[in-house]
Design a protein around this ligand. Structure first.
Ligand SMILES: NC(=O)c1ccc[n+]([C@@H]2O[C@H](COP(=O)([O-])OP(=O)(O)OC[C@H]3O[C@@H](n4cnc5c(N)ncnc54)[C@H](O)[C@@H]3O)[C@@H](O)[C@H]2O)c1
Length: 443
């Protein structure tokens, strides 16, 4: 059993909590933490978790918690992830992992020095269409990618007052930026140009709302990607993608709720998906299953290396005492069986940054480096809108435009400018009635 604590029990946290307590074998939801009075206790009670904490700090000292799933609002992610890793807990963090590159680095460093698994909630890496597309790209059938496309359309019904500046880039399009990287393996963004506006809620334009955006991303292998998002589509929640290479084209997502078509006097109709949890429920489950499997592998490797260290020391002790001196190949066999105390973690975490990795036991889960690279594109896009210019991205840093630090500062200011503990896009759109119910901007 892997003991997991859920941090943040809102809309996404509730779904993850249900996954941890009901959908995954070998996992126990040990605790739920949420600062909103009564929120953790209510979810813990419903899901049978033994402990409810109002302060996430209480999780760090809980010896039965081996891993955490962070589903708090974005502006708390980096602090929570650093603290969790510092306490030796494996970390699954909802996107975005951080709102600045410095914070992203802090999370990556904390996980690395603690030797814990770090995965980020880019769920499209676990949707069958996208996984199959990546497979065709990996085996060469699509050829070298030339044009890539990824789009997100939310069902609308959001409250513009609760949308922090930068949300469309940091929380929504960040999925598309990660997807472009995922489908262009090994390539990194070099230049970003973005156009954005408030077309759904034009009255909020002057207050800085951006609810509609198109971003062009040029990659270092020459491919050009387009990411687009709109916070309102009258027909529901719509996520699609496409890659055109010199060998062919793959297209992902058709927006259908089921395989049903209805033919009648008005013509032929299909039903469309209405919310992220409807479209991506299975992917949300699969990403946590993959995380838990990465944690189990890391723990098994740690145990193996401890056992082996033990055996190794024993052999040395016996060798030094002159008793039972082992044949030299006996020693090297022992040494080959493991490769250091963080063997499992470094093996999985070295599969990073849009590289040529293949699907492992834990799927294509996004690492901290993947999350940082997607954030770098998001920050460059925000800066491009601000300056009206293309922004270069080198080694993950926006390096041109009026002020390279501007986008980061804006992200931080935006995160802090919205009042209320749950304010921000995470809270948006719960009010969405009918078609939009339950889904919202920033998914
Ligand atoms: N992968 C996806 O497609 C997807 C979809 C939806 C949401 N999300 C992400 O999940 C996160 C949460 O979104 P949501 O829609 O559940 O938001 P929400 O507002 O419904 O819930 C947030 C919860 O976190 C709690 N909280 C606030 N501060 C906290 C803290 N410091 N520690 C612990 N809990 C805290 C709040 O009380 C609230 O219960 C966001 O980062 C969002 O971007 C991802």
């Amino acid at each position: 059993m892997t003991g997991v604590a859920l941090i943040g029990s809102g809309r996404m946290g509730s779904f993850h909590g249900e996954t941890l307590s009901r959908r995954l074998p070998g996992v126990e939801l040990v605790a739920v933490a949420d600062p909103a009075p009564g929120a953790a206790a209510a979810l813990a009670g419903r899901l049978g978790a033994r402990r409810a904490y109002q302060d996430a700090d209480q999780v760090w000292g809980d010896a039965e918690v081996e891993a955490v799933v962070i589903a708090a609002p974005a502006r708390f992610h980096a602090e929570l992830a650093v603290a969790a890793a510092g306490a030796g807990k494996h970390v699954f963090c909802e996107k975005p992992m951080a709102l600045t590159l410095d914070d992203a680095d802090r999370v990556i460093d904390a996980a690395r020095s603690a030797g814990v698994v770090l995965r980020v909630g880019f769920n499209r890496r676990f949707v069958p269409d996208w996984v199959a597309a990546r497979g065709l790209i990996d085996n060469g059938q699509v050829g070298t990618p030339r044009l890539l496309r990824s789009l997100t359309r939310d069902p609308g019904g959001f409250d513009p007052a609760r949308i922090a500046p930068g949300t469309i880039f940091n929380e929504t399009l960040i999925h598309d930026f990660d997807t472009l990287r995922f489908l262009n393996p090994g390539a990194e963004a070099v230049e970003v140009f973005a156009v954005a506006d408030a077309l759904v809620e034009p009255a909020w334009r002057d207050r800085g709302l951006l609810d509609t955006a198109v971003v062009t991303v040029r990659f270092d292998n020459g491919a050009v990607g387009t990411a687009e998002a709109c916070f309102e589509a009258s027909y529901g929640y719509d996520v699609r993608g496409e890659v055109l290479g010199d060998g062919g084209m793959v297209a992902m997502g058709d927006g259908r709720r089921t395989g049903l078509t209805f033919s009648g006097a008005a013509g032929r109709l299909v039903e469309t998906t209405r919310s992220d949890q409807e479209l991506f429920g299975a992917a949300y489950t699969a990403e946590l299953a993959a995380f838990v499997s990465a944690v189990a592998a890391a723990q098994a490797n740690k145990k193996l290396s401890e056992t082996s260290d033990h055996a190794h020391n024993d052999i040395h002790r016996r060798a030094n005492s002159g008793v039972n001196r082992p044949a030299s190949n006996e020693l090297s066999e022992t040494d080959n069986s493991v490769s250091g105390p963080d063997n499992g973690v470094s093996r999985t975490d070295s599969r990073v940054s849009g590289d040529d990795r293949h699907r492992g036991d834990d799927g294509y889960g996004a690492t901290g480096e993947d999350a940082r690279a997607a954030l770098a594109i998001a920050l460059a896009a925000a800066e491009s809108v601000r300056t009206g210019k293309a922004v270069s991205v080198r080694a993950g840093q926006a390096v041109s435009g009026a002020d390279g630090a501007g986008a980061q500062a804006e992200a931080r200011a935006g995160a802090e400018s919205v009042a209320g503990a749950e304010a921000g896009a995470e809270a948006g759109a719960e009010a969405g009635a009918g078609a939009g119910a339950g889904a919202g901007a920033g998914r």
